[in-house]
Design a protein. Structure first.
Length: 47
């Protein structure tokens, strides 16, 4: 997946970052579960 700079000048940087995070987070969570063999769930409980 290629992430290009957001050309929407009317949007604040905060909104752009929120949108990017919302697009990435589901895939990140899945990979985190797989690569850590679900140990990340234990880490989250302890954090």
């Amino acid at each position: 997946m290629t992430v290009l700079p957001n050309k929407k000048s009317e949007q604040s940087k905060k909104v752009q970052v929120e949108e990017m995070f919302n697009q990435i987070s589901p895939k990140y969570d899945l990979l985190n579960h797989l690569l850590s063999a679900n140990i990340d769930k234990l880490w989250r409980k302890k954090a």
